[in-house]
Design a binder for this molecule. Structure first.
Ligand code: DHB
Ligand code: FE
Length: 286
């Protein structure tokens, strides 16, 4: 049986990718950020997932404003790193898992969540930066990746509750896949940040830390947050945090918080990171 064993949440700041790609990780500013992922890299190397489902947002890269799907599941065999204006990042091509992705699409859509099926998509920093933070700079990514793109760029994004409920439907889909596969789900983006307008540079650590607590201990509280509350408290781009709730909805009601990291800032963004384990994995580790 396929099983979701854990969830990873992490910010996806593009400058983190640029720091890695340009050999700046030892500069004090960046060292502070990368040091927070050392434990996580060891953790994921030990867990050795077969597949990671990466919930991310496309930043008007693969999808122009011509077509903006709310939830788009990558069902292709490969996803190339996108050129966001400086050439594609020098990272490996992402290899998908078309069979599991097709199964998830079928299960989730018949479960009344109307996903868009995507058979051709380049992936931008929203997906590649979290992979770099968790896996470093390998020749090939060490597992299959199923991208799930969520619209948080054009109003209205889905609500936090809708994201959480979709996560639960993804869990049911994975649980009903017959092959033995160890699956980790990533929720990416966030934390508080605003990159344009009069409030550019806004960071709200109190809000972020309460959100991290909610992810671990009280998801029912944070799924009630309204768009306007994310905007007001966490900045215009803080809405990216609804993607963390897809991940949370795919986990057990009670999870083991394996790891937490928070630092301010990286570029314009507060960097938050969590590893949450389902009971089975936490028990196996004891
Ligand atoms: C920044 C953060 C983002 O989430 C993004 O998509 C682009 C830029 C930033 O902090 O610079
Ligand atoms: Fe972003």
């Amino acid at each position: 049986m396929a099983r979701i064993v854990a969830g990873v949440a992490t910010s996806h700041v593009p400058a983190i990718g640029a720091a890695l790609d340009n050999g700046k990780t030892q500069e004090p500013y960046w060292q502070r950020v990368f040091a927070g992922y050392e434990e996580s890299k060891k953790w994921i190397a030990e867990v050795k997932p077969d597949v990671c489902i990466v919930v991310f947002n496309d930043h008007a890269t693969a999808f122009s404003v011509d077509i903006v799907p709310t939830f788009a599941l990558g069902c292709a065999a490969e996803f190339a790193p996108a050129d966001e204006g400086w050439g594609p990042r020098p990272v490996p091509t992402v290899h998908g898992h078309p069979e599991l992705a097709a199964h998830i699409a079928q299960s989730v859509i018949l479960d009344e969540f109307d996903l868009t099926i995507v058979n051709n998509m380049e992936v931008d920093h929203g997906l590649t930066v979290p992979l770099s933070l968790m896996f470093g700079q390998p020749e090939e990514w060490p597992c299959k990746i199923i991208p799930l793109a969520v619209n948080v760029v054009l109003f209205p994004p889905p609500t936090g509750k809708r994201c959480f409920d979709l996560g639960a439907a993804i869990r049911r889909a994975v649980d009903s896949y017959p092959e033995d596969l160890k699956v980790v789900i990533f929720g990416t983006g966030g934390m508080s940040h605003q990159i344009s307008g009069p409030r550019a540079g806004l960071i709200n650590s109190d809000f972020d830390k309460a959100f991290l607590d909610g992810m671990s201990h009280d998801p029912q509280k944070i799924i009630k947050l309204k768009h306007v509350e994310y905007m007001r408290e966490a900045g215009a781009e803080g809405i990216e945090m609804v993607m963390w709730l897809v991940m949370r909805g795919a986990l057990d009601e009670h999870v083991h918080e394996r790891y937490r990291f928070y630092t301010v800032p990286a570029s314009n963004t507060a960097v938050g990171h969590l590893i949450l384990e389902n009971e089975g994995l936490a028990a196996a580790a004891e």
